[in-house]
Ligand binder design. Structure first.
Ligand code: NIG
Ligand code: FE
Length: 398
């Protein structure tokens, strides 16, 4: 069954061989053919091939689906009061993670699954076609393992984050907790995870602890990614490069040396503007990363503490306004950049062979994502060719 998405005013392909030959590969007056859930053809509408069905996109803009490569969706509870306190001057130091750990440990599996389903639907409605999610609010062997079991019901991009913080019961025995994470907890969690992550920062884990945990995870078959330099300078970014992590996330306090290390590596710098916004932190200068030649991704970091948003469009607007990315760089970072941060080559662009994941906007151009902040511009989110309400319109004879 082939479906032609026709009458696209502006089509962003992320394929520089297309259209304007920019990194976004923009075509105007375009069409897109989907065959069995995959992109089969893109090009000028006037040259579109015949199809079994035709969907009229009303001359709107169509973009690749957002790839949210960093989220924490397995939790219970809410920390709105903590947010209000921050806006009244309290700093963010990650201390509130304990509040969510306590609520999550007390929640049933069904409650945790309902939370992931709710936020997963929000992400979908906001144009996200692939999302990653982590454990990290259980911090016992059983609670971490069940968090990941729950997560696997919603995404294949699951990350073991037993090293989020040292839980209160291990406060005076942190070495024992590190040992637990890299042995028994890892064993219980690895069957349900693709990735392993550590919060390597002030008040969480130091670089030696992070290295010990990540190398144990790698030996167990997981791939590394890292939270680093969110709360202050440190050696986490260099560690991510040393271990060829797929991504190092936050990078708020990245130094020139860190950025040079990233630029010479295949580790993606994932910037999380929702976190700087919600913790009133300083903005990392995304321009520095791009000018140095590093690959940049944008993600929501959706979590109940530092960034309770599912809006990639908001992240794009903030990255443009406050991290100095151009709108084109921000859109690339939120789509192809996210795919690179997950080391995926089947998503993040619209060219033949890719999964047919795309978004029709309520806008004539992708520029509106940053130009019209706070406005819901997501008309339809299509995943593997499914989800457009007009899908099923018979194709005219052609
Ligand atoms: O990525 N930085 C560590 N973890 C989360 C926040 C966790 C929380 O505050 O609940 C983050 O921002
Ligand atoms: Fe995070």
């Amino acid at each position: 069954m082939t479906v032609l998405y026709d009458n696209i005013g502006e089509l962003v392909t992320n394929d520089p061989t297309q259209g304007d030959h920019s990194p976004l590969g923009i075509l105007t007056d375009a069409a897109l053919l989907v065959d069995n859930g995959q992109i089969a053809w893109v090009g000028p509408a006037a040259e579109a091939p015949a199809a079994d069905q035709r969907v009229d996109c009303g001359h709107a803009a169509v973009i690749p689906g957002f790839v949210d490569s960093h989220a924490h969706l397995v939790f219970d509870g809410d920390r709105a009061a903590e947010f209000a306190a921050r806006m009244a001057g309290q700093p963010y130091d990650g201390g509130g993670i304990a509040t969510t750990v306590s609520a999550t440990r007390n929640a049933t599996d069904d409650v945790l699954a309902a939370n992931v389903a709710r936020l997963g639907q929000e992400l979908r409605d906001a144009g996200v076609t692939t999302f990653e999610t982590k454990s990290g609010y259980g911090l016992t062997v059983d609670d971490e393992a069940r968090s990941l079991r729950v997560a696997t019901g919603f995404t294949t991009e699951t990350t073991f984050l037993g090293a989020h913080v040292v839980p209160a019961e291990y406060a005076s025995r942190r070495d024992e907790y590190v040992e637990l994470v890299r042995t028994t907890m890892l064993e219980a969690c690895a069957p349900h995870a693709r990735w392993i992550d550590v919060f390597c920062d002030r008040g969480a884990f130091n670089v030696d602890e992070a290295r010990a945990i990540l190398t144990a995870g790698i030996a167990r078959g997981l791939q590394p990614r890292l939270h680093a330099s969110q709360l202050g300078r440190g050696d986490g970014i260099k560690l991510a490069v040393e271990l060829d992590a797929a991504s190092v996330d936050h990078c708020t306090y990245a130094t020139d040396e860190d950025i040079d290390a990233l630029a010479g590596s295949s580790t993606v710098a994932t910037l999380l503007p929702g976190a700087e916004f919600s913790t009133r932190a300083q903005w990392p200068n995304g321009r520095r990363f791009l000018d140095a030649g590093a690959t940049v991704a944008l993600a929501t970091d959706c979590n109940p503490g530092s960034s309770y948003t599912t809006s990639m469009a908001l992240c794009i607007a903030l990255a443009v306004r406050d991290m100095r990315l151009t709108p084109a760089e921000a859109l690339w970072a939120a789509t192809a950049g996210g795919a690179a941060a997950l080391r995926r080559n089947d998503i993040g662009a619209l060219h033949p062979g890719q999964r047919a994941d795309f978004v029709q906007l309520h806008a004539p151009t992708y520029l509106h994502l940053a130009y019209r902040p706070g406005v819901n511009l997501i008309a339809h989110t299509v995943v593997a060719g499914q989800g457009h309400p007009d899908h099923g319109t018979p194709a005219p004879d052609c």
